[in-house]
Design a protein around this ligand. Sequence first.
Ligand code: SF4
Ligand code: SF4
Length: 464
Amino acid sequence: MSKQETKPVELSLYKAHEKIYPREIKGRFQFKRKLAVFILLGLFYFLPWISWEGQQAILFDLPQRRFHLFGLTLWPQDFIFLALMLIIAAFSLFFFTALAGRLWCGYACPQTVWTEVFIWLEQLTEGNRNKRMKLDNGPWNSEKIIRKSSKQFLWIVFALWTGFTFVGFFTPIKELAAHVMSWTLGPWEGFWLFFYALATYGNAGFLREQVCLYMCPYARFQSAMFDKETLIISYDEARGEPRMRGKKRRETEAPGDCIDCTMCVQVCPTGIDIRDGLQYECIGCAACIDACDEVMEKSGMPKGLIRYTTENALNGKPTHIFRPRTIIYMIILLGLVSAFVLALFGRSSIDMNVIHDRNSFYRIVDANTIENVYTLKIMNKGTTTAQYQVSASGIEGLDVVLGMHETVIAAEPGQLVIVPIKIQADKQQANKKIQTIEVTVNQVGDDNAGEAASEKVKYFGYKK
Ligand code: SF4
Ligand code: SF4
């Protein structure tokens, strides 16, 4: 029996990436998206150029370890504000996702916003969808070289400008501009400028939807925040099916409203077909709504075959915006925002800490007086040099003794001053083993005079 030779068959388990050419579309949601892009990018590129009280309004001054925010200066000790801001951002994401699905992805995510601009620059240089596909499939001729290199030039300039602006939030942007103009960029400034430019180019120009599909964790866990009342973009299957077009459609008595034109697929930046149901690849850009509305209008049918809706609404059930999940998120969010505002406005420019001397409880100064020794730490969180007076209360006649002949403590902006202080008391008054006293630091002699901070500490008394 002769054996028949079998040839090995190569089977690839990897699906090669196919380039997506989203079709340009106009409509009410695309107008809103463009407006969001314009406002958000406008803020990003414009804000670092604004001055406030003689300095850059928003500046993360890492070498000086302070953060300027419209006249407010935050120090590493104010880490709580950053932590609160991040928690608020996380709960906002939970709240808005539960309420309105992927609003963030469709309208405000930096990946979406910058990709919009890169696609717009591509359309400007290479033309509409059909022209771009033809250009990519065609031979390398002079037109292709000119169009492709123009696109690359615009992309690179825009990416570099983005990198420059990003670094401008960490280095005074006017100084940075002067360094760029005179080719005297420092190594770190240069590194981050090019790194961020490369990241922008790579993510928004080259990877685009692949960042959303394969890299973004939010796309994976957002379904945990969805429920049947969450606003989603959905195709109305009951109304659209059976989909058909052309002769078949004309010959069918009651076809569905979907004319199977595939416009909704052609405009989709992630290349999916919304008619297949809710998919994690959908970034909620609403381009398919605008495309389908246009088709419906031209076909004389009511708009909204693809629309913002909820699973309950599609099944004929009522939708509740306010439900336990959204109410709980909203209460937590309101609480966090209130705490943040209160803490920010109640924030003192003095940070203090008082530690009792570990070596002795008290010392006898003379026949009538004893003293407790402490280490006082004062941090000046203001923007000017400050002077402080120290006082103590809680036992009658307490007297605070600073160093030799000193009556005030001075601190530069951001400086942590550590000084020993003695608090003296009358033996007759400090006659309990332990009493609680309050040490107060008062700012004196400048614009912030009157600001104060205090801390309660133990006072060891004289007991026979
Ligand atoms: S755009 Fe509307 S009509 Fe056209 S295929 Fe999509 S759902 Fe059907
Ligand atoms: S399915 Fe529609 S909303 Fe979702 S990404 Fe595609 S075009 Fe945008």
